[in-house]
Ligand binder design. Sequence first.
Ligand code: PGA
Length: 254
Amino acid sequence: MSRKIVAGNWKMNTTLPEATDLARALRERLEQESDVETVLIPPFPWIVPVVLELEGTDIRAGVQNCYTEPSGAYTGEVSAEMFADICEYIIVGHSERRHVLGETDEFVAAKVQAVMRAGLRPILCVGETLEERDAERAYDVVASQLSSGLGGIEPQSPEEFVIAYEPVWAIGTGRSASEDDAQGMAAFIRSALGERLGPEFAKEVRIQYGGSVNAENAVSLMACPDVDGALVGGASLKPDDFAAIVRAAASASN
Ligand code: PGA
């Protein structure tokens, strides 16, 4: 079984002192936790100070977005290559980028390729809106986001990318998916990955659940057999809550 992965997406939150304090608080709580891979994902400008705060620990870092091109005249954009020596992970296709910033499936796919070209690992987010779920289209939507998102890559190892299933209606709403919904979709994603990459390969790909994960519901969500971790928003800004989620993932791994 692959090591579970819990990532904290800080979104557009924290000042510089708050970011370094948060990283330090998490370091104190999670330094000894080796059963779970833990990733802190601060806003762009705090990535270097946060990485410095984590030096000497096993805690990884990532960023929330990147552009598709390696360099050039793209004012305001940041390439995946720029993070190659700084962090390991880049979130791609988060629902806030798809729905608030209007990113298309094609743009998301190009970003997945860019992240892998830079030797980093994408956390590809997929998930349906409430309207799509009510219309019983959740599985179709996720299948199509997955096949287009991974369409242009030929991963050599299951460690090279992570999938985050994040139902849009569960993000920041306090209403997480039920264990049955999270497990059902994670199993579906694994079988879709199996068709594309082979079942043995798919078995080892890490599939996170994200959407209102907190210290309480993490215990049962992390125990779902096909859920290999969490992508955490709001609760990742609270050191005790995030540490409790990481511990819930660790106890589900043992
Ligand atoms: P949330 O956000 O935990 O605040 O619901 C999750 C996410 O957007 O990754």
